[in-house]
Design a protein around this ligand. Structure first.
Ligand code: SAH
Length: 220
């Protein structure tokens, strides 16, 4: 056990729950069964760290629900060594899941406080993850193209910059919709063709930025 046994029973319970809700990728289940989620939440929420729900983090944001993390990670189908861009670091949990799957992770967060907190956790867990504070709706062109891109905030449309920064054969997963409800979209790039699949019923905090929402309108 790489990270110790604290909350082990609750974590295994969480994994059983994910399995019963249809998550079947053994690598995703193994990693989520090992990675401590409780280190990504504030003390106030410690006892609920393994519930299948989103929880508040600083800057009025949330750590995504475990099912959503598992679902998106499964859709992304990362391989060992895949170069992955994550937009919306938040707590850092999703980035850590990807790193533990063997991906080379690049993650962007617009709130500096969240970025700093996530970096501390990555160090504490011994995970190597490239990160920067900024507007990820326009991607991170310096290191493009990416084999995989995952957006963990709700966008009004698929940001064109992200499609452009996707490698041939690459996969982009992004929730798209209004600020109150989104459809998960998986875009697969084949040369200049972009094939799209949709999965209904998700709710994220908004992607705020140049190719996202201009501002967060709570309740809309
Ligand atoms: N992946 C995160 C989910 C955090 S919620 C986790 O595992 O905890 C989504 C995050 O996206 C929030 O922290 C929000 O501040 C961030 N965000 C919203 N718009 C962004 C943008 N344009 N660029 C970078 N981060 C953004």
């Amino acid at each position: 056990m790489r990270f110790g046994r604290r909350f082990d029973d609750q974590r295994q319970e969480m994994v059983l729950g994910l399995r019963s809700r249809g998550i079947s990728d053994p690598n995703v289940l193994n990693v989520m069964g090992e990675l401590p989620r409780h280190v990504f939440v504030t003390d106030m929420w410690l006892s609920r760290a393994y519930e299948d729900s989103a929880l508040p983090i600083a800057c009025d944001q949330t750590i995504s629900q475990p099912f959503t993390v598992a679902f998106m990670t499964q859709l992304l189908a990362v391989r060992h060594g895949s170069k992955v861009l994550e937009v919306g670091t938040g707590s850092g949990y999703q980035a850590a899941v990807l790193a533990m799957l063997g991906a080379r992770v690049f993650t962007i967060e617009r709130h500096m406080d969240l970025m700093n907190a996530a970096r501390k956790i990555f160090d504490h867990l011994g995970l190597t993850i490239a990160s920067k504070t900024g507007d990820g709706s326009i991607g991170w062109s310096e290191f493009a193209p990416y084999d995989r891109i995952i957006v963990t905030a709700g966008a009004p449309d698929v940001p064109p910059s992200l499609s452009r920064q996707l490698a041939d054969g690459g996969v982009l997963v992004v929730p798209v919709g209004t600020q109150s409800a989104q459809t998960m979209i998986r875009v697969t790039r084949k040369g200049d063709r972009f094939q799209t699949e949709r999965f209904e019923g998700f709710k994220f905090v908004p992607l705020v930025g140049k190719e996202g929402w201009q501002k967060h309108r709570p309740g809309e």
